[in-house]
Design a protein around this ligand. Structure first.
Ligand code: THU
Length: 136
């Protein structure tokens, strides 16, 4: 599917502004693209227990899945401290990679933005030899 990568990164930057991150002050945004062009945004939502924190990627994916969507093409992710410009890529954590693998095929694209360039990875590259439903 052809899509506008700059636009998807911009949506992640918008989503990042909604982060609830009083403990780390690190604000992450994600924008998840569906096959019909619809986009679900997500931000990280922290918790006083720390462990109950939900990452931006999972917020976006869970919102979309809860709306009946599973036809995902790509996700963009950006992260930086609150009030700071994006200066480095924010790669998805291991739990988020595993959640992406539940719903997306190996060609699913993960866009990471360092404030200058967009780097495109496939799920296959970021989570090779994954544990998935076919394994069971
Ligand atoms: N975080 C994300 O939202 N996504 C990631 O893939 C990495 C980490 C959030 C979780 C926490 O609120 C903050 O970044 C610092 O770890």
């Amino acid at each position: 599917m052809k899509y506008d990568k700059e636009m998807l990164v911009k949506r992640a930057c918008d989503a990042r502004l909604k982060a609830y991150s009083p403990y780390s002050s690190f604000c992450v945004g994600a924008a998840l693209l569906c096959s019909d062009g619809e986009i679900y945004e997500g931000a990280n939502i922290e918790n006083a227990s720390y462990g109950a924190t939900n990452c931006a990627e999972r917020t976006a994916i869970f919102k979309a899945v809860n709306e009946g969507r599973r036809d995902f093409e790509a996700i963009s992710i950006v992260g930086a401290k609150r009030g700071e410009e994006i200066g480095e890529i924010c790669a998805p954590c291991g739990i988020c990679r595993q959640v992406i693998a539940e719903f997306c095929n190996p060609d699913f694209e993960i866009l990471l933005y360092d404030g200058k360039d967009i780097k495109t990875y496939t799920l296959r590259e970021l989570l090779p030899e994954s544990f998935k439903k076919e394994t069971l």
